[in-house]
Design a protein around this ligand. Structure first.
Ligand SMILES: Cc1ncc(COP(=O)(O)O)c(C=O)c1O
Length: 454
């Protein structure tokens, strides 16, 4: 056996004790979310109908670090710490001098990074005496993570799954039901919001969010849980980056570039923010690349403006890059990336030039995913396939420049429930849907009245 090291592993005692709150470091602070009626900053009162106070306090916290409750760390032990791999075989196949590392979150029970926040959110809601959580899910990764987490804190779970993904990934629905959740195809007939969107049968994350928020807002014992976008969700995911910092130190390397895919920003923030804090505080030179689908190019082609987080307009107005709250992205297989907006915190960092966004078409991401699966073995979910596309670009650029570039990326989920998408790719049947300027212009023309963002 060769001496070459492939995995960098931590022990249970190394599970982080705190989450990293990058809000405390954001240069110039962040514009606040607004109440859509008054256009005043949204306060805790705007959030209490659907979120517990424990999470609201995390959402607005100025503290640089927030302690992780012991009961949450106990559940994390089921799969954390997660491994960091060095992709020697991919490096060889690309004939690159770059060193490529990936942090693999697909070993969690639900198969992605999503349980890191699902467990924390289920815990806070149970502590607040809530009985049921509602949520939306795209490809089903988030829904299955929340269904799993609810089991550990005796909560019921009701989920609206985006129509196109419900049809493409039936076993994700089975998984949620195995953990005891109720799953609806969105748009559904059980909510006002769903009935108002019958004309969009493939659905969207924005529509499914409206359905789940509506039910939570109408029932006192029910809260809503969001799988991305909000500060507290990105906060919970920072266990990923903190472990990766320790594992890169074990490898004796510093990443020159950190890459992750972006749907609402939680996987990206989770991996990148602990590294970004070192850029903001200590002048580290790391670059950051956020990879998104060309079919839903929020960061690369959206406008920076206040917009609703959902389609129907039930949420506070969020300062973010948006394609318009009623933009319905084409049904690409990376269902978790089909969101019209993005985390305000992440958008602020893109606006300041600290993160570089790049958009990729569906076929080129599957081509990258296959190259990865055929060299490293793991079959990536379609979402991180976008990050792998960017990794290959960086590795090829390193070869051209003759540079020992160190690349770290987030392999945030496996693709075992996405094999229908791989089948379609292998049969040459995957579409590269065009992002339509006309659709976007129409959606942007319907942005809500709100102050302009600088
Ligand atoms: C595997 C996977 N990766 C990435 C994402 C994108 O979400 P986020 O940007 O919040 O990490 C999702 C969302 O469902 C997902 O399931």
């Amino acid at each position: 056996m060769s001496e070459t090291r492939v995995k960098f592993l931590l022990g249970e005692q190394d599970i982080p004790t705190h989450w990293v709150n990058l809000m405390a470091d954001l240069p110039g602070g962040a514009p606040p979310p607004l109440n859509p009626g008054t256009l005043e900053p949204a306060g805790p009162d705007d959030l209490t109908p659907i979120f517990p106070m424990g999470l609201i306090l995390q959402e607005v916290s100025p503290e640089p670090e927030i302690e992780i409750p012991d009961r949450v760390r106990d559940v994390y032990k089921l799969w954390r710490p997660t491994p960091l791999f060095r992709a020697h075989r991919l490096e060889r196949a690309l004939d690159t001098p770059a060193h490529i590392y990936y942090k693999y979150e697909g070993g969690s029970p639900a198969g992605s990074h999503k349980p890191n926040t699902a467990v924390a959110q289920a815990y806070e809601n149970a502590e607040a005496g809530i009985h049921k959580l509602t949520t939306e899910t795209g490809a089903g990764q988030w829904g299955s993570a929340l269904a799993f987490a609810c089991r550990f804190f005796d909560l019921e779970c009701e989920i609206w799954m985006v129509g196109s993904s419900y049809d493409q990934k039936p076993y994700r629905r089975s998984m949620m039901e195995v953990w005891g959740a109720t799953v609806h195809r969105s748009p559904s007939e059980v909510t006002e919001a769903g009935r108002s969107q019958r004309k969009h049968p493939t659905g969207s994350l924005g529509i499914a969010i409206s359905e789940a928020v509506e039910v939570a807002a109408q029932n006192a014992d029910t809260n809503y849980s969001l799988g991305s976008v909000l500060n507290h969700v990105l906060l919970h995911q920072t266990v990923i980056g903190q472990e990766a910092l320790a594992q890169m130190a074990m490898a004796g390397e510093e990443p020159d570039v950190v890459i992750a895919c972006v749907g609402g920003g939680s996987n990206f923030g989770g991996l990148a923010f602990p590294f970004l804090r070192r850029v903001l505080r200590d002048g580290a030179k790391t670059r950051f690349v956020a990879a998104e689908p060309a079919a839903c190019p929020t960061l690369t082609r959206g406008v920076y403006a206040y917009d609703f987080g959902d389609t129907v307009g039930l949420t506070p107005l969020m300062p973010m890059y948006t394609l318009g709250h009623d933009f319905v992205p084409p049904p690409v297989h990376a269902g978790g990336l089909r969101y019209h907006g993005d985390s305000p915190l992440l958008c602020g960092l893109v606006k300041q030039g600290l993160i570089e966004p790049r958009a990729y078409r569906q076929n080129e991401t599957f081509e990258a995913a296959l190259r990865f699966a055929r060299t490293e073995g793991l079959i990536p979910a379609p979402e991180p396939a976008h990050a792998i596309r960017a990794v290959i670009e960086e590795a090829e650029a390193a070869r051209e420049a003759g540079e020992d570039r160190v690349i770290l990326f987030g392999l945030c989920g496996h693709g075992h429930f996405d094999l229908g998408a791989y089948d379609a790719y292998l049969a040459g049947q995957l579409q590269d849907p065009e992002f339509s300027e006309a659709d976007r212009d129409a959606a942007l023309a319907r942005l809500p009245e709100a102050p302009a963002l600088a």
